[in-house]
Design a protein around this ligand. Structure first.
Ligand code: NI
Length: 181
Protein backbone atom coordinates (compact mmCIF):
# COMPACT_ATOMS: atom_id res chain seq x y z
CA UNK A 1 0.00 0.00 0.00
CA UNK A 2 1.51 3.39 -0.90
CA UNK A 3 1.56 6.26 1.58
CA UNK A 4 -1.36 8.19 0.08
CA UNK A 5 -3.54 5.06 -0.02
CA UNK A 6 -2.60 4.40 3.61
CA UNK A 7 -3.48 7.97 4.65
CA UNK A 8 -6.74 7.93 2.69
CA UNK A 9 -7.81 4.41 3.67
CA UNK A 10 -6.12 3.57 6.99
CA UNK A 11 -8.39 0.55 7.56
CA UNK A 12 -8.54 -0.34 3.85
CA UNK A 13 -11.19 0.47 1.28
CA UNK A 14 -14.75 -0.69 1.84
CA UNK A 15 -15.12 -4.33 0.78
CA UNK A 16 -18.66 -5.39 0.05
CA UNK A 17 -19.38 -8.51 2.10
CA UNK A 18 -20.99 -11.39 0.17
CA UNK A 19 -23.54 -12.02 2.86
CA UNK A 20 -24.25 -11.53 6.55
CA UNK A 21 -24.45 -13.73 9.62
CA UNK A 22 -26.01 -12.94 13.03
CA UNK A 23 -22.42 -12.43 14.26
CA UNK A 24 -21.47 -9.96 11.54
CA UNK A 25 -24.73 -8.04 12.02
CA UNK A 26 -24.13 -7.81 15.73
CA UNK A 27 -20.57 -6.58 15.17
CA UNK A 28 -21.72 -3.89 12.71
CA UNK A 29 -24.53 -2.74 15.01
CA UNK A 30 -22.10 -2.51 17.94
CA UNK A 31 -19.84 -0.30 15.83
CA UNK A 32 -22.75 1.99 14.97
CA UNK A 33 -23.67 2.10 18.65
CA UNK A 34 -20.09 3.03 19.62
CA UNK A 35 -19.42 5.64 16.93
CA UNK A 36 -20.83 8.69 18.79
CA UNK A 37 -18.73 7.78 21.84
CA UNK A 38 -15.64 7.36 19.67
CA UNK A 39 -16.37 10.80 18.20
CA UNK A 40 -16.54 12.28 21.70
CA UNK A 41 -12.99 11.01 22.19
CA UNK A 42 -11.91 12.10 18.70
CA UNK A 43 -12.69 15.76 19.39
CA UNK A 44 -11.50 15.85 23.00
CA UNK A 45 -8.81 18.48 23.61
CA UNK A 46 -8.70 19.67 20.00
CA UNK A 47 -8.18 23.41 19.74
CA UNK A 48 -9.25 25.76 16.95
CA UNK A 49 -5.95 25.29 15.14
CA UNK A 50 -6.18 21.49 15.15
CA UNK A 51 -9.70 21.67 13.74
CA UNK A 52 -8.54 23.76 10.80
CA UNK A 53 -5.76 21.32 9.93
CA UNK A 54 -6.18 18.65 7.26
CA UNK A 55 -5.93 15.01 8.25
CA UNK A 56 -3.83 14.54 5.09
CA UNK A 57 -2.45 16.75 2.32
CA UNK A 58 -5.29 18.01 0.09
CA UNK A 59 -7.78 16.35 2.40
CA UNK A 60 -10.62 17.78 4.46
CA UNK A 61 -9.91 19.60 7.70
CA UNK A 62 -10.72 17.78 10.94
CA UNK A 63 -13.70 20.14 11.28
CA UNK A 64 -14.98 19.19 7.81
CA UNK A 65 -14.42 15.52 8.58
CA UNK A 66 -16.53 15.57 11.76
CA UNK A 67 -19.37 17.48 10.06
CA UNK A 68 -19.10 15.11 7.08
CA UNK A 69 -19.69 12.05 9.28
CA UNK A 70 -22.89 13.66 10.58
CA UNK A 71 -24.01 14.64 7.03
CA UNK A 72 -23.34 11.14 5.78
CA UNK A 73 -25.02 9.28 8.62
CA UNK A 74 -28.02 11.58 8.49
CA UNK A 75 -28.48 10.45 4.87
CA UNK A 76 -27.92 6.80 5.90
CA UNK A 77 -30.63 7.09 8.56
CA UNK A 78 -33.09 8.48 6.02
CA UNK A 79 -32.19 5.70 3.54
CA UNK A 80 -32.76 3.09 6.23
CA UNK A 81 -36.20 4.48 7.04
CA UNK A 82 -37.15 4.76 3.36
CA UNK A 83 -36.09 1.14 2.75
CA UNK A 84 -38.12 0.00 5.77
CA UNK A 85 -41.29 1.79 4.77
CA UNK A 86 -41.37 1.81 0.95
CA UNK A 87 -40.99 -0.80 -1.77
CA UNK A 88 -37.42 -0.57 -3.16
CA UNK A 89 -37.25 3.24 -2.97
CA UNK A 90 -34.73 5.20 -5.03
CA UNK A 91 -32.59 7.27 -2.68
CA UNK A 92 -31.15 10.72 -3.31
CA UNK A 93 -27.38 10.92 -3.74
CA UNK A 94 -25.74 14.11 -2.50
CA UNK A 95 -22.47 15.87 -3.27
CA UNK A 96 -20.47 15.28 -0.08
CA UNK A 97 -17.64 17.62 -1.12
CA UNK A 98 -20.08 20.48 -1.83
CA UNK A 99 -21.83 19.83 1.51
CA UNK A 100 -18.43 20.06 3.23
CA UNK A 101 -17.98 23.58 1.79
CA UNK A 102 -21.30 25.01 3.04
CA UNK A 103 -21.25 27.68 5.79
CA UNK A 104 -22.57 25.40 8.54
CA UNK A 105 -19.49 23.21 8.14
CA UNK A 106 -17.26 26.27 8.47
CA UNK A 107 -19.13 28.03 11.26
CA UNK A 108 -20.76 25.48 13.56
CA UNK A 109 -18.65 23.95 16.36
CA UNK A 110 -17.92 20.24 15.77
CA UNK A 111 -19.52 19.18 19.05
CA UNK A 112 -22.91 20.12 17.55
CA UNK A 113 -22.40 17.45 14.88
CA UNK A 114 -21.18 14.95 17.46
CA UNK A 115 -24.43 15.58 19.36
CA UNK A 116 -26.29 15.04 16.09
CA UNK A 117 -24.48 11.70 15.71
CA UNK A 118 -25.57 10.70 19.23
CA UNK A 119 -29.20 11.41 18.35
CA UNK A 120 -29.16 9.82 14.88
CA UNK A 121 -27.34 6.69 16.03
CA UNK A 122 -29.56 6.27 19.07
CA UNK A 123 -32.60 6.13 16.80
CA UNK A 124 -30.87 4.09 14.07
CA UNK A 125 -29.60 1.44 16.51
CA UNK A 126 -33.05 1.01 18.09
CA UNK A 127 -34.46 0.38 14.61
CA UNK A 128 -31.69 -2.11 13.80
CA UNK A 129 -32.18 -4.00 17.04
CA UNK A 130 -35.90 -4.39 16.31
CA UNK A 131 -35.64 -5.63 12.74
CA UNK A 132 -37.51 -8.74 11.58
CA UNK A 133 -35.26 -11.25 9.81
CA UNK A 134 -36.88 -10.44 6.44
CA UNK A 135 -36.25 -6.69 6.95
CA UNK A 136 -32.50 -7.19 6.41
CA UNK A 137 -33.12 -8.04 2.76
CA UNK A 138 -35.28 -4.98 2.08
CA UNK A 139 -33.47 -2.78 -0.44
CA UNK A 140 -33.11 0.72 -1.78
CA UNK A 141 -31.86 1.69 -5.22
CA UNK A 142 -28.80 3.95 -5.41
CA UNK A 143 -28.81 5.79 -8.78
CA UNK A 144 -25.07 6.62 -8.67
CA UNK A 145 -24.05 3.01 -8.11
CA UNK A 146 -26.90 1.77 -10.33
CA UNK A 147 -27.72 -1.08 -7.98
CA UNK A 148 -29.90 -2.16 -5.10
CA UNK A 149 -28.48 -2.12 -1.58
CA UNK A 150 -30.03 -4.42 1.04
CA UNK A 151 -30.34 -2.96 4.54
CA UNK A 152 -27.75 -5.43 5.87
CA UNK A 153 -25.23 -3.91 3.45
CA UNK A 154 -26.09 -0.36 4.49
CA UNK A 155 -25.23 -1.43 8.04
CA UNK A 156 -21.93 -3.00 6.88
CA UNK A 157 -21.07 0.09 4.84
CA UNK A 158 -21.73 2.62 7.60
CA UNK A 159 -19.94 0.48 10.20
CA UNK A 160 -16.94 0.61 7.86
CA UNK A 161 -17.47 4.37 7.37
CA UNK A 162 -17.56 4.91 11.15
CA UNK A 163 -14.24 3.12 11.62
CA UNK A 164 -12.72 4.72 8.50
CA UNK A 165 -13.15 8.33 9.66
CA UNK A 166 -12.51 7.61 13.34
CA UNK A 167 -9.16 6.15 12.30
CA UNK A 168 -8.33 9.32 10.29
CA UNK A 169 -8.78 11.45 13.40
CA UNK A 170 -7.11 8.94 15.70
CA UNK A 171 -3.98 8.91 13.50
CA UNK A 172 -4.02 12.70 13.20
CA UNK A 173 -4.09 12.93 17.01
CA UNK A 174 -1.18 10.51 17.26
CA UNK A 175 0.87 12.55 14.79
CA UNK A 176 0.07 15.75 16.70
CA UNK A 177 0.71 14.13 20.09
CA UNK A 178 -2.73 14.99 21.42
CA UNK A 179 -3.61 12.96 24.49
CA UNK A 180 -6.95 11.34 24.99
CA UNK A 181 -7.17 8.20 22.85
NI1 NI B 1 -16.83 9.61 4.33
Amino acid sequence: MDDLEQLKYPIGRYQKPDSFTPESLSKWISTLEALPLWMDTCIENLDHEHLQMSYREDGWTIQQLVHHVADSHLNAYIRLKLALTEDKPTVKPYDENAWAELPDTQLVPVNISVTLLHTIHRRMVVLLKHMQLSDWERTYFHPEHQRFFPIWELVALYAWHSRHHTEHIKRFRERMNINGF
